[in-house]
Design a protein around this ligand. Structure first.
Ligand SMILES: Cc1ncc(COP(=O)(O)O)c(C=O)c1O
Length: 402
């Protein structure tokens, strides 16, 4: 900035301190760049940045250095060509669907047991805007193939570990089915994280995360990420420039900070979840436990094949014996350390009641069809000492019957 034209205090207040060129130093971690636009010495230079002839930033809806750093680490973790940081997991799912359908048939074949808001996105947003939507069970591969061959979707949508019943479909075989019918495969990898599985390596075109969960990991961010291959990346970014679902730089910084400890957190959370699930299995007040490490899990073969040994995710769902909504409320109200909250993947252990929360928007009949009963609770196991998690569950299960 030309100092001699900055004379008046009102002008100083607006311009002083800003737009200094960074010198030869490189910050060891990425700072939060809050600027919404960027200043160049000449219009010619700005023009080159706009046309992507020169590297640089011009406007924060297009990109931002903090987001670029987060996108680079996300793409590296999942072996993608590039990534897009979005304001929420739902925004990430929405833009992935739009990108996948941009030059394909406007039809979506989705897994039948997935996050409630994703079902709402498909039925209340995608369908009214002209996309045909069908659901099928991806764990029944032959039936899913038949549905895909009949319906010929432009895209297939799947969750790696489904919410909340923790089913694990054979993603690589679904990717072959998608390829066979010319569909793009979108995988919501929120529950598994890249530490457990990397969908693009198994044939998916888009891997989507609610970064709100494990990636950020501390309960202080709402964010989403889409990781994609070279073929779909430019289309995704062009859509993002038009729609603007981008993540703010502060959330981007927090997510990147979270990712630095993701491997450690996942190791601990997965180990804790194994201990909690096996404890719950033998508790007399528990009717049924849903956990991928269970040898009797309906997808046990796929789980052994696709997930790393000992790392089956840190979500445990379970049904309370003889309980309805009232008993579930009594049990959850009795929790002392475990947080009753609508999210998952944080360092602290949290519990959610799907019928009231993640799958609230669905009708009771729809929930029943998905296998979500009124006595089902979903536990996101944190990094605490596992004895304390078990102790809290134990006292709350006893309190329920008093
Ligand atoms: C599997 C899954 N996908 C997507 C979302 C949506 O993420 P967000 O709340 O960040 O929009 C959630 C939220 O709970 C989720 O559980």
């Amino acid at each position: 900035m030309e100092e001699e034209v900055i004379v008046k205090i009102q002008t100083k207040a607006v311009h002083c301190g800003d737009r200094r060129k960074t010198g030869a130093h490189v910050p060891a971690t990425t700072p939060i760049y809050t600027a919404s636009s960027y200043f160049y010495d000449s219009m010619e230079e700005l023009d080159r940045v706009f046309s992507q002839e020169s590297e640089g930033y011009c406007y924060a809806r297009y990109d931002n250095p903090t987001n670029s750093a987060l996108e680079a680490v996300a793409a590296a973790l999942e072996g993608g060509h590039g990534a897009l940081a979005c304001g929420s997991g739902m925004a990430a799912l929405h833009i992935s669907l739009l990108a996948a359908l941009a030059d394909r048939r406007r039809s979506i074949l989705a897994a039948n047991a997935i996050y409630g808001a994703t079902v709402s996105l498909l039925m209340n947003v995608m369908e009214p805007s002209g996309a045909a939507v069908r659901f099928a069970d991806p764990c029944d591969v032959d039936a899913f193939r038949q549905a895909a061959e009949e319906f010929k979707p432009g895209c297939i949508l799947l969750e790696t570990i489904s919410n909340p019943l923790l089913r694990v479909a054979p993603m690589d075989r679904i990717a072959e089915i998608a390829k066979g019918v010319g569909a793009a495969l979108i995988v919501d990898n929120t529950f598994a994280t890249p530490m457990l599985i990397r969908p693009l390596e198994l044939g998916a075109q888009f891997s989507v995360h609610s970064a709100t969960k494990y990636l950020a990991g501390h309960g202080d961010v709402l964010g989403g990420l889409v990781i994609t291959d070279a073929e779909n990346y430019e289309g995704l970014r062009a859509l993002s420039r038009s729609i603007g679902p981008v993540l703010g730089p502060f959330e981007s910084y927090l997510t990147m900070r979270g990712i630095k400890t993701l491997a450690l957190r996942m190791e601990r959370q997965c180990a804790n979840a194994c201990r909690v699930a096996s404890w719950l299995t033998s508790h007399p007040a528990v009717e049924r436990v849903y956990f991928p490490a269970d040898p009797a899990h309906p997808d046990a073969n796929e789980i052994r094949r696709l997930l790393p040994a000992g790392q089956y995710g840190a979500m445990v769902s379970f049904e309370l014996k003889g309980a309805g909504r009232e008993e579930v409320f009594r049990f959850m109200n009795a929790l002392r350390m475990i947080v009753r909250a609508t999210s998952l993947g944080d360092v602290h252990t949290m519990m959610l009641y799907p019928a009231m929360s993640s799958h609230r928007e669905l009708s009771p009949r729809h929930r029943e069809r998905m296998g979500i009963r009124d006595n089902l609770v979903r536990l996101s196991v944190g990094i605490e000492a596992v004895e304390d998690i078990i102790e809290d569950l134990d006292q709350a299960l006893s309190a329920r019957d008093q």
